[in-house]
Design a protein around this ligand. Structure first.
Ligand SMILES: [Zn+2]
Length: 497
């Protein structure tokens, strides 16, 4: 009897120990999604049970819910400069639950002794849930009704501001944004086939981003991760938004810099997006498989960063230096489009009627991004001190700027807006002003302006944001729509030398 009690005590304590390490989703046997308060509890407990990790509140959502960042480091995070810094953030879209659930499983996975070797070379930061407001309602947008993954340029939402502050603090060399895609819509049903990949992976497409970094992404990372994910039992392919079924034209992805991947990519970061397959009927459908597919891709990214640490660090540092010294070759592309180079795309799809896989050849595959309009890279821009919305924007981005003191060789140019035309970009009408350029070097009162130099990490971003003809610029957003008025001077001035 005594012996039996002893054993049952052992059993209970082991049981408790393993319970402690289960994520809320695992505790529910993969039937119930993790709520925000369960997530907070789990992260705090994980912080308590391991010296490897440290949790911190990053910011709060519009509805007052904390966003957490979980740091994994064998030292003080960011202190050992020989390490590579990797950032993964998930669930910017609240109805894409597997990124969050996968992130919590990832915490347990990385605490296993066999995975801790990764942190000999990596300092890793994980934001498991970017959008707690949306998550609680299983909706895409945050509490302000905003799409966080279109907010990385105007940076108005606290969640996105918090993420960029984190990035600016540590200047991660590698970042990945984790999402889900939903290929079950009416157009797919009509077409008869849909995409069925467990994971899709996208690299950077904006051609202002370092060509060397884009090359390493396509030539090294994608082959590696496709192999790694499929070896682990999940299907994987390129991230190809634009017609979920293969019926319309296909392209790698937008070149806009307002999303999580490209807003860090434009600062010459090795930056990716990973999209898992969402649930067909609701967000808990097949959630175990979906969450485990997501962590497979996340661990793959960490392994790639570990294996290629020195090469990546060297390349990122050299390519960032060019931005910071304003020594980038070539002009800045501010109007772009997707083109086909004749490559046919073989797309594996699943049939709605038979459930069988089939291969569809997509003839209209626009895999190449080209510039339609370039501008010379200036020395910087002058912003009138009276334009508080723009100064606030520069502050949210933590841009370097000064009170303007004119140098002898500064040439100051002003744009006059002769008319406002628009160009049709994939059904979106994009503002395209007609401009007349005037030299006003000797006509301004310099104390009225601040000067934003482009010799900083966000060099390309500043030009793309502030040029009036930029298809991806601030003037394209309603919050900044006042900048462009036909028959007036554009208030932001260009400084060339
Ligand atoms: Zn998404």
């Amino acid at each position: 009897m005594k012996k039996l009690l002893f054993f049952s005590f052992l059993f209970v304590s082991c049981h408790n120990f393993s319970q402690e390490a289960l994520t809320p989703l695992q505790k529910s046997e993969y039937k119930k999604l993790t709520t925000h308060s369960e997530l907070v509890q789990f992260i705090k407990e994980a912080d308590d049970r391991s010296d490897l990790i440290k949790a911190e509140v990053l910011t709060k959502s519009p509805e007052g819910k904390e966003l957490y960042v979980v740091y994994f480091s064998k030292d003080e995070f960011g202190k050992d400069k020989s390490k590579i810094k990797v950032l993964i953030f998930a669930q910017q879209h609240g109805d894409e639950q597997s990124g969050k659930e996968g992130s919590l499983l990832l915490i347990n996975e990385l605490l296993k002794p066999e995975n801790q070797y990764l942190f000999d070379k990596i300092d890793f930061a994980l934001v498991p849930q970017m959008n707690p407001d949306g998550s609680e309602r299983d909706e895409r947008r945050n509490g302000n009704g905003m799409d966080l993954n279109r907010n990385h340029l105007i940076l108005t939402e606290p969640e996105v501001i918090g993420l960029h502050k984190l990035f600016n603090k540590y200047l991660f060399e590698v970042t990945m944004d984790v999402h889900e895609y939903w290929p079950f819509g009416e157009s797919s049903k009509k077409f008869g086939y849909r995409k069925n990949y467990d994971e899709t992976i996208g690299a950077m497409t904006n051609i202002n981003i370092s060509e060397k970094l884009r090359k390493i992404s396509y030539d090294s990372y994608l082959p590696f991760i496709f192999n790694y994910i499929s070896k682990n039992g999940y299907s994987v392919f390129h991230y190809l938004p634009g017609g979920s079924s293969g019926s319309g034209y296909q392209r790698y992805s937008t070149f806009d810099i307002n999303d999580g991947r490209q807003s860090f990519g434009i600062q010459n970061t090795l930056s990716f997006i990973q999209e898992g397959l969402n649930g067909e009927n609701d967000s808990t459908d097949n959630i175990e498989h979906r969450a485990k597919g997501q962590i497979t891709g996340m661990i793959g990214l960490l392994k790639f960063s570990y294996d290629n640490k020195d090469e990546i660090k060297k390349l990122v540092s050299a390519e960032r230096e060019k931005l910071e010294e304003n020594k980038v070759d070539g002009q800045v592309a501010i109007q772009l489009n997707h083109f086909s180079d004749g490559t046919e795309l073989k797309l594996e799809l699943v049939s709605y009627s038979t459930g069988n896989d089939t291969v569809v050849t997509v003839k209209d595959f626009r895999s190449v991004v080209k510039s339609l309009y370039d501008v010379e890279r200036p020395k910087g821009y002058l912003i009138p001190k009276s334009l508080k919305t723009l100064i606030d924007w520069a502050d949210r981005h933590e841009l370097k700027y000064f009170d303007y003191k004119k140098s002898a060789d500064d040439k100051i140019e002003q744009y006059f807006i002769t008319g406002i035309d628009s160009i049709d970009f994939e059904g979106d009408m994009v503002v395209n002003p007609g401009l007349m350029n005037t030299d006003i070097t000797n006509q301004i009162n310099q104390s009225d302006y601040i000067f934003i130099p482009v010799n900083q990490l966000r060099n390309n971003m500043i030009v793309i944001a502030l040029e009036p003809k930029s298809q991806l610029g601030l003037a394209a957003y309603k919050q900044f729509g006042d900048l462009l008025k036909s028959g007036t001077n554009y208030p932001i001035l260009r400084v060339a030398d």
